[in-house]
Design a protein around this ligand. Sequence first.
Ligand code: F6R
Length: 246
Amino acid sequence: MFTIIIKENTQEMAVAAFEVLREVLDKKPNAVLGLATGSSPIGLYRKMIEDHKQTGRSYKDVVTFNLDEYVHIERNHPQSYYTFMKEHLFDHIDIDLANVHIPNGNAADFDIEVKRYEDELNKFHVDLQVMGIGSNGHIGFNEPGTPFTALTHVEALKESTRNDNARFFASIDDVPTHAVTMGIASIMKAKKILLLASTSYKAKAIAAMIHGPITENCPASILANHPDVVVIVDKAAASLIADEKY
Ligand code: F6R
C-alpha cells in the first residue's frame, strides 16, 4: 500500500523523510535500517547527521544493510558505495561499523558472496528500507526483467543505468557493468519502505509504479503488494500522478 507525500523541493522532502525515520528510531533505537546510495537519500542523510549533532541521538545500536555495491570495485575506491556511505553518513554519526553491511564488490567468488549477504540479512528483519528508484523503474539494482522472486544476486546493469551513473565517473567506460544487489524478494521482506524520488526524470517511473500494472518490466511496481510503502516525491517527479487523490 502506498502513502504518497508530495513536496515542493528536495529540502522539504528530506524533512518529511526524516520524520518517517525518526518515528522508527524513537520506537526502536536498535532499528535495522536498509540504506541506499545515489542522489535521492542524500538530503535524508544530511538530516540524520544534523539531528545527531543537535540532539545527540545515538546510532551505536543501529544495524544497516545497503541495497547494493558495484562489482569489481575496491571498497576504498572513490565511487564505491562503501565510500559513498562513509562520506555521506557513517563518518558523521556514531554508528558502529561492525553493524554496517554492504555487499563486497571485490569478492573472490560472487556465488559465495551473494549467499553470505542474503544469509546475513535473514538474521535480521529490516524495520525501514530507504530507497530511490531508477528512471527505468529499477529498485536496488534490480533492472527491468528481474524476477520478483530474486534474492541477493549479481545483476548486469542496463546501459540506461550506466549512463545515469556516468556523472560520478570520469567516463562511461569507467562505470562498472555489474552490481551485487539485494533481490526484489529480499527488499519486500522489509517491514516498511521509504522511497524517495525527485525531478521530472523520475516522473514516468513513479507513475508506472503507482498506476501499475504490476510487471517485472517495472521492478518498482511490485511495491504495490507491500503493506507499507511511503513515497516522498517532489512536484516534478509527481507530475504524472499529481491530479489524483491518495
Ligand atoms: C542505489 C540504488 C539505486 C538508486 C537509483 C536512483 O543504492 O539502489 O536503485 O536508488 O538508481 O538513483 P538516484 O537517487 O541517484 O537518482
